[in-house]
Design a binder for this molecule. Structure first.
Ligand code: ADP
Ligand code: ASP
Ligand code: MG
Length: 469
């Protein structure tokens, strides 16, 4: 469908009855002009609340569970009451209660078991998006748009990596074409849940935190959309997180590769895997602000009109860990140890954010997300059980007091002396550089520093490269 637009509304854009109304205004307006498919996130904070409920349940805290269930019910009832009235409201309230009951059943199961099986967690936390999609769909129907809520577990087919699943694009395409295309052709407006999916045999999965962006790009790709618009609470993709850098400026255009590098290095504005499904078909993406419709937003495209522009934006991540593997015996081959470590990382399904090594000491260290640390340590200790037991390898060292900062831009290679200037600017803030990783992509320089220095270093780098408004 050539003119199809896919739009995604994030958590803040779905954060209250008033916000959902504004999102619906946008849907009504666009739907009058072209076919649209919409992806929604849960109301902001709801996924965190669902996870917190499960943590209470796992810890045997029944009162905590009931209190969270009460808060979740209240939040959605209040939002629904602000959006709808009469029969539509009553019917939607019943629907919301049913969805929340499904969640309560899982949470009470976890309470009984004392553990959280990953697949039950995925089924449980997808509830947030089911609740928000039910509300906005009902509200749109009330306004005369033939909208209908779709649970992505009926559309997005994934592998079985619970909590961080990857889509199987061919199978997803088939489902989307069968389920959504006929409706779109009839002028109906599907509102699909972001974040979740299911395996081929129907087990519930999720795509990782912030995954609704990824859901949207998956859907845009399999429906051959003309464009994807991602609605958030900032005017577009900026030269830095505006929460850290007060003079960060909105970028008019950036490339897929730049956006992907920014996201991988911590820019929360996009889920890291968002761009991948769009690259082959070159579907353009707009990052827009549902709180400020006058701002044009950022256009993400294969190549920018001005060509490579050198440094564009700075990002940071503090939920990371630096893991060091250090042979105690010169008899061990550093290369083999590295190869086996990387295999262990792959088995743990972890992503390496930066990697550095010393050929002299044969040791090396890599940066991963803290959330992936337990699985990584388990796999490393399993892989090196003999070497560790016999002292051929020093105990695996984990440093949590670190952060990653990165500068991203196509064409940085053509700016001689840039790296030196950045390192000097950071050092002048008395921030110690622990490791440097200049990605082979040539469009990112990643720097590991002490956690307390992250914000200072981000501002120094932003300033040194003249990225501000
Ligand atoms: P949503 O709920 O709509 O998905 P997110 O909270 O996930 O929105 O992402 C938007 C947030 O990303 C912004 O509020 C901003 O603080 C943060 N952010 C981090 N880096 C950047 C950047 N380079 N440009 C814009 N926003 C950024
Ligand atoms: N609701 C999910 C989360 O908070 C997905 C998303 O908002 O993109 O992680
Ligand atoms: Mg997000």
């Amino acid at each position: 469908m050539k003119s199809l637009l896919v739009m995604k509304f994030g958590g803040t854009s779905m954060g209250s009855a008033e916000r959902i109304r504004s999102a619906a205004d946008i849907c009504v307006q666009v739907h009058a002009q072209r076919p649209v498919a919409v992806i929604v996130s849960a109301m902001s904070k709801v996924t965190d609340m669902l996870l917190e409920t499960l943590r209470h349940a796992e810890g045997g805290d029944e009162r905590g569970v009931e209190e969270m269930l009460r808060k979740l019910g209240e939040k959605h009832r209040e939002c629904c009451a602000g959006l709808l009235d009469g029969t539509a409201r009553d019917e939607t309230q019943i629907q919301l209660a049913e969805i929340l009951n499904e969640f309560a059943r899982i949470a009470r199961g976890v309470l009984m078991l004392g553990e959280r099986p990953p697949r039950s967690v995925d089924e449980a936390i997808a509830v947030g998006e089911r609740l928000s999609s039910a509300m906005i769909a009902a509200h749109l129907r009330n306004r005369g748009v033939e909208a209908f809520a779709v649970n992505a577990r009926d559309v997005v087919v994934t592998d079985a990596v619970f909590g961080n699943a990857s889509p199987l694009m061919e199978q997803t395409r088939e489902k989307a074409q069968n389920l959504l295309r006929p409706a779109l052709e009839q002028g109906r407006l599907p509102i699909m849940t972001g974040f979740n999916g299911a395996t081929m045999d129907g087990r519930a999965t999720t795509l990782g935190r912030g995954g609704s962006d990824f859901s949207a790009s998956i859907l845009a790709s399999v429906l051959d959309a003309e464009e994807l618009w991602i609605w958030s609470d900032v005017d577009g993709i900026m030269s830095a997180d505006p929460r850290l850098v007060s003079n960060a400026k909105v970028l008019e255009e950036i490339t897929y590769r730049e956006a992907a590098e920014l996201a991988y290095n911590g820019a929360k504005v996009l889920h890291p895997r968002t761009l991948a499904p769009l690259m082959e078909k070159e579907i353009p993406v707009w990052s827009k602000n549902s709180f400020n419709l006058d701002a044009p937003g950022t256009r993400i495209v294969p190549v920018t009109r001005n060509g490579p522009m050198g440094p564009r934006a700075v990002t940071s991540m503090t939920n990371v860990a630096l893991v060091s593997v250090d042979p105690a015996s010169a008899a061990l081959s550093g290369t083999k140890i590295m190869a086996r470590s990387l295999e262990a990382l792959a088995a743990a399904n972890a992503e390496v954010l930066a990697l550095t090594s010393s050929s002299y000491r044969q040791n090396f260290c890599f940066l991963i997300r803290t959330s992936e640390l337990p699985a990584v340590i388990e796999k490393l200790e399993e892989a090196f059980s003999i070497e560790l037991a016999h002292g051929y390898l020093h105990p695996i060292d984990v440093d949590l007091d670190v952060g990653l900062i990165a500068i991203v831009g196509e064409g940085m290679k053509g700016h001689p002396g840039l790296a030196g200037r950045i390192f000097t600017a950071i050092s002048q803030q008395s921030v110690n550089i622990i490791a440097i990783a200049q990605g082979s992509s040539e469009l990112t320089i990643g720097i590991v520093v002490r956690k307390e220095g992250v914000e200072k270093a981000v501002r120094a780098m932003h300033e040194e490269c003249g990225l501000g408004a």
